[in-house]
Design a protein around this ligand. Structure first.
Ligand SMILES: *[C@@H]1O[C@H](CO)[C@@H](O)[C@H](O)[C@H]1NC(C)=O
Ligand SMILES: [Mn+2]
Length: 585
């Protein structure tokens, strides 16, 4: 294993999807950028000359924002006024709009494809393509550069249209001025550009659906607007979907750095997710390496937010779930639906799209709320008895979780109508890396009756000593007690390649330990505990108990394992009737 292994894989798969996620709190209503000139249209298609960078005047200016991420490796020669402007734009957009406005729209970017991709020949008569660019308060120069890259790097006889979908931007620049730009493009390329404008904020998923509805070509590519497509990006996509109309494909993303707009090449990876349905990257499967062909499609359990598909096929399987809020989980929903309902998902190593990863996501708190809700939607519609894993991962009670995930009846009907396969089939045939936990009987925080403000916590990381800590109920304090006696600590991983940690009694001293559960089994560590709600936690082998003690009357309680004194513990959620509702296997 190890083709391209030296290249980083995007750690921010959130970033891939983060297009129209700003909450209303972050909108700057009607904000105009003055004095920033966009490159002339002549710049766009004729010469690639960059406007000369405006240098600050000597002497070297004071650094106004030493803590801003924007100025860590960029902008040292800007005047104070320029710094102020650049910083303000950066705060609003999360990327360097000041620089973007000066870079040519048709700037060259490095071809990041492997040599074999560059040599590969594709048939001339491929199906036509509609490209959908979704945005909400994106910088104009970013959108225009995306359009320019599409025009310059897609064979013109294949690019039928580019559909812009504006999810109710408040940014004035994106109204009249964008319409003017569209007219200019259409004067040169008749009918190429279309725009769909939402009359209210409808969110990322609905924006994608609106674009799909407006599209007319045989193939649709649904992209963020903060991208630049790379050389030859379209041909592998069109030719693969022409071969098999049931394949939904993802290009490989490279990163356009948010500060200096340099291209950072990313490794090819498959798209997956954890039990909370957060997206993550998976290693390439061994079968792919066995093909010994860097151009071969990579079978992928799921997909990120940028995708291409046969337009009609995407419609037949229900496009996207319009009931998703803001962001998160909608990609997993599509992934499960495609696989379970007879399609496939593939990442195409020869199709590369450069994508701006925003520096800050001020909407992160809101994100979890939407994500949790969307995850439950996916769980309820697609995951059958395994849906409990999503509740565990989010530390939600199985009954009355207190989250309104909306009406899923039409999605359930869709599943029935399409006669889709079970999640059990999916997990066994497509994504065996996920390991369902069938023996969990209690989960959530663990509190001692002596002090209910303190919770067991996995302790400092790196480190393997659990501690008592003020309860915050985030994942370091999520415990999972199994009917077989194990206590998993610190969030639920439950994946082949991410091993959970188990509470053990080392047998000597008074500190309990955390060990990787597989290692604890191999080494025969004291990892099994007797526990019932409201009673002691007793190690089955050593007979010692998990307890808390104070070293002096004024100190805090600390977590120990010692001779039992009769202390009692409460776990946050108890699983009733485990196994009776089909969850056990
Ligand atoms: C714990 O209990 C064992 C067995 O009853 C005893 O031998 C040992 O001295 C006790 N240890 C402490 C620290 O009290
Ligand atoms: Mn994005």
């Amino acid at each position: 294993m190890g083709l391209w292994s030296s290249k980083p894989v995007s750690i921010l798969c959130i970033g891939v999807l983060s297009n129209s996620m700003k909450t209303s709190a972050n909108d700057k209503k009607g904000k105009l950028r003055s004095g920033v000139e966009l490159p002339e249209k002549a710049d766009v298609h004729h010469d690639g000359k960059a406007k000369k960078f405006e240098k600050g005047k000597k002497p070297v200016p004071r650094i106004l924002f030493p803590d801003s991420l924007l100025f860590k490796r960029w902008g040292e020669d800007l005047t104070e006024e320029q710094q102020t402007k650049a910083q303000e734009l950066f705060i609003n957009y999360g990327y360097n709009v000041y620089l973007s406005d000066q870079l040519p729209l048709n700037r060259p970017i490095r071809d990041t494809r492997s040599p074999r991709c560059q040599e590969k020949k594709y048939p001339h008569n491929l199906p036509t393509l509609s490209v959908i660019l979704i945005f909400m308060n994106e910088a104009m120069s970013i959108i225009l550069r995306a359009i320019t890259s599409l025009i310059n790097r897609t064979p013109s006889h294949l690019l039928k249209e580019i559909i812009l979908v504006d999810d109710y931007s408040s940014n004035e620049e994106l109204k009249f001025h964008l319409d003017e730009q569209i007219k200019k493009y259409n004067a040169r390329y008749p009918g190429l550009l279309k725009i769909v404008r939402h009359k209210k904020r409808e969110g990322l998923t609905q924006a994608r659906i609106s674009g799909w509805e407006a599209s007319t070509a045989e193939i649709v590519a649904i992209l963020d607007a903060h991208i630049e497509v790379n050389a030859g990006w379209a041909e592998p996509i069109l030719s693969r979907i022409k071969e098999d109309r049931t394949v939904v494909v993802s290009p490989v993303f490279d990163n356009i750095r948010f500060d200096d707009f340099e291209l950072l090449e990313y490794a090819v990876a498959a798209d997956g997710f954890d039990w909370a349905l957060w997206c993550l990257y998976e290693l390439l499967p061994p079968e792919w390496y066995a093909l010994n062909d860097e151009t071969a499609p990579v079978r992928s359990p799921s997909i990120m937010g940028i995708l291409a598909a046969n337009r009609e096929f995407l419609g037949e399987i229900g496009v996207l779930d319009g009931g998703m809020h803001i962001y998160g989980g909608e990609n997993v929903e599509l992934g499960l639906r495609v696989w379970q309902c007879g399609g496939k998902i593939e990442v195409l190593p020869c199709a590369r799209v450069a994508h701006v990863e925003r520096a800050h996501k001020p909407y992160l708190l809101d994100l979890t709320v939407a994500m949790k809700r969307n995850a439950l939607r996916v769980a309820e519609v697609w995951m059958d008895e395994y849906k409990y894993m999503v509740y565990y991962a989010w530390n939600l009670p199985l009954e009355n979780p207190g989250i309104d995930y909306g009406d899923v009846s039409s999605r359930k009907e869709l599943r029935k109508k399409l006669n889709c396969k079970s999640f059990d089939w999916y997990i066994k045939n497509v994504y065996p890396n996920l390991i369902p936990q069938t023996t969990i009987v209690g989960y959530g925080t663990l509190k001692n009756t002596l002090d209910d403000r303190m919770c067991i916590d996995q302790g400092p990381v790196p480190g393997n000593t659990p501690i008592m800590y003020n309860c915050h109920a985030y994942s370091p304090q999520h415990m999972f007690y199994h009917s077989t006696g194990e206590i998993y600590m610190g969030g639920l991983r439950a994946r082949q390649n991410a091993i959970d940690r188990c509470l053990t009694d080392p047998g000597t001293g008074d500190l309990p330990l955390l060990n990787p559960c597989n290692e604890a089994v191999q080494k025969g560590l004291n990892m099994h505990w007797d526990f019932e709600q409201g009673s002691a936690i007793i190690n089955k082998k050593t007979k010692r108990c998990v307890e808390i003690i104070k070293d002096s009357p004024l100190s805090y309680y600390r977590l120990v394992v010692q001779n039992c004194t009769g202390q009692k513990w409460h776990i946050q959620h108890v699983v009733k009737d485990w196994g009776k509702n089909g969850a056990g296997r």
